[in-house]
Write a protein that binds this ligand. Structure first.
Ligand SMILES: CC(C)C[C@H](NC(=O)CN)C(=O)O
Length: 504
């Protein structure tokens, strides 16, 4: 499995790409890779310490835990000689009206050599909620190693990759090799709830922190198959709350059932008006700005190693809404989708309470693709819901609000940063990466590109079956450790890129 030594064909590729011989590359990388192999238990132990902190950002009550992991990251960065600023990103207003401070964002840098290119690494240390009762085989906040996999909330999304970056820097220092690029880091604690405050921070620091940055790299996603990948696109997201409010108290359904217009009936009807049984979004105009598929784009999908049958088995479904691999991937990456996530206020415990809830909030989100504007999506959906509600002639009150509002991101594949990513992957795994897109959202990717004008690339190290956001989230020890090598090799390959895209 471990492909540290590249074969003869890689030697030729490396020589032809930037004139550095395979032997020089190997000589530079071998001590780093050996160090990473020897210290892997330490690296895994650190991941365990980070996973043990329940930094679930969906609950403001746990933002102290988010800050705790940010402090752990600070300790690692300062131990390596980096400078850390905790940037204040303002406050958040709770539904009660109370205002609480958002977790700060780490802006870090290391000593700068003006001759070297500068890369800014982005990652997050907050996680999705997790409870053992949700169906986890072991405690989600206790790192559990089984059959080569490291299970625990945040192992792949995104504590593992953030630590792998820090371990790659540490490896250069420990082996007394100069880090070949200047490094900056942005580590946040609110990614899972939409990165509130980060966009404004980028805007404010565009001409200071970002002014000397050449490349921005993100490792917050996973491969598509067993083959390593580079990611060139993510979907955006707008998250909706649909509130229906009726009586002033919850009611007995035996007494009032039949004479009261129930908020829950209004809400379920509205949610039913969003999608048809084929997954088609029923909101008028929603597909208007989806770009038509070109023949050239269609071809990109045919070579991808995505095993539809295996994926169906992994997630336990009999069939997908689409029939072919290409159509499934397009549905995930290049078309919008709508998912209904939950209903707040509805009776959800086991047993049979005969209640009519007085107020319920439906929650759903729309994944947007390039050219779809969150503000337009918000307007289209809000108008549709109000129209459907008006047809019901209900005496209840309807309120629609949104959060997240993140745009989709697509990179230019001619960006030379992709050559560095490709060569780093080849140096570690001995294969070319697949070029993939992602159905999920890294809210800040588009803002990085738009506001700073810098090159942005995604270099995932997580496996296709890591189960981000799901029960039993994991990263394999193999991916965690080989991924650390990929990051170390990426610094090296980045330093060899000529600065002008034409010359690469
Ligand atoms: C805005 C969302 C909550 C962001 C979230 N991002 C990731 O999972 C990235 N690994 C998503 O649901 O896509």
């Amino acid at each position: 499995m471990n492909c540290i030594s590249p074969g003869p064909s890689l030697a030729l590729v490396l020589m032809s790409l930037h004139g550095t011989s395979c032997f020089e590359t190997l000589a530079a990388l071998r001590p780093l890779f050996q160090h990473i192999d020897r210290h892997q238990n330490e690296f895994v132990q650190r991941l365990g310490e980070w996973v043990a902190v329940p930094s679930d950002s969906s609950q403001p009550a746990l933002w102290g835990e988010v800050e705790k992991v940010l402090r752990m990251a600070e300790d690692r960065i300062t131990a390596m000689g980096g400078k850390v600023e905790f940037a204040d990103v303002g406050s958040h207003q709770l539904p009660s009206g109370e205002s609480i401070k958002r977790p700060p964002i780490i802006l870090a840098c290391f000593e700068k050599d003006p001759k070297k290119p500068t890369v800014c690494i982005y990652g997050h240390v907050d996680v999705q909620p997790a409870k053992k009762e949700d169906g986890w085989a072991a405690e989600p906040f206790t790192l559990t190693e089984l059959n080569g996999n490291l299970y625990g909330r945040g192992t792949t999304d995104n504590k593992g990759p953030v630590l792998a970056w820090l371990h790659a820097i540490e490896t250069y220092q420990a082996t007394k090799q100069e880090v070949p690029v200047n490094i900056k880091l942005i580590v946040e604690g609110l990614e899972e709830t939409g990165s509130d405050g980060l966009e404004e921070l980028i805007r404010n620091r565009k001409d200071t922190f970002f002014s000397d940055v050449d490349y921005i790299v993100i490792s917050d996603n996973v491969w598509l198959s067993r083959r390593p990948a580079l990611t060139y696109g993510t979907r955006g997201s707008t998250y909706f709350f649909v509130e229906v409010e009726g009586p002033k108290i919850d009611l007995h359904s035996g007494v009032f059932g039949g004479c009261v217009q129930e908020p829950m009936s209004d809400l379920t009807a509205l949610l039913g008006d969003l999608l048809d049984h084929t997954g088609n979004i029923l909101v008028p105009g929603i597909n208007d700005s989806v770009t038509p598929l070109t023949e050239e784009e269609r071809k990109l999908y045919t070579d991808l190693q995505f095993d539809v049958e295996e994926m169906k088995q992994e997630i336990g479904v009999q069939r997908f809404l689409q029939d072919t691999k290409e159509a499934v991937l397009m549905a995930q990456w290049r078309y919008p989708s709508l998912s209904i996530h939950g209903i707040e206020g509805a009776f959800s415990l086991p047993g049979s309470k005969t209640v009519i809830p007085r107020r319920v909030i439906g929650k759903f989100s729309i994944r947007q693709v390039p050219k779809m504007e969150p503000a337009v999506v918000e307007k289209q959906v809000t108008e549709h819901l109000h129209q459907m509600f008006a047809q019901r002639n209900s005496p209840n009150k309807l309120k629609v609000s949104t959060t997240v509002r993140a745009k989709a991101w697509v990179a230019d594949l001619k960006d030379p940063q992709y050559i560095a990513g490709q060569k780093a992957i080849k140096a570690v795994f001995g294969v070319e990466p697949e070029l993939i897109r992602e159905g999920s959202t890294i809210p800040i990717a588009h803002s990085f590109q738009e506001l700073t004008g810098k090159s942005v690339m995604m270099l995932p190290i997580g496996g296709h079956d890591d189960g981000e956001h799901s029960q039993n989230e994991k990263i394999s020890r193999y991916n965690f450790i080989e991924g650390t090598k990929v990051f170390a090799a990426y610094f090296y390959e980045l330093s060899l890129l000529k600065q002008s895209p034409e010359t690469n």
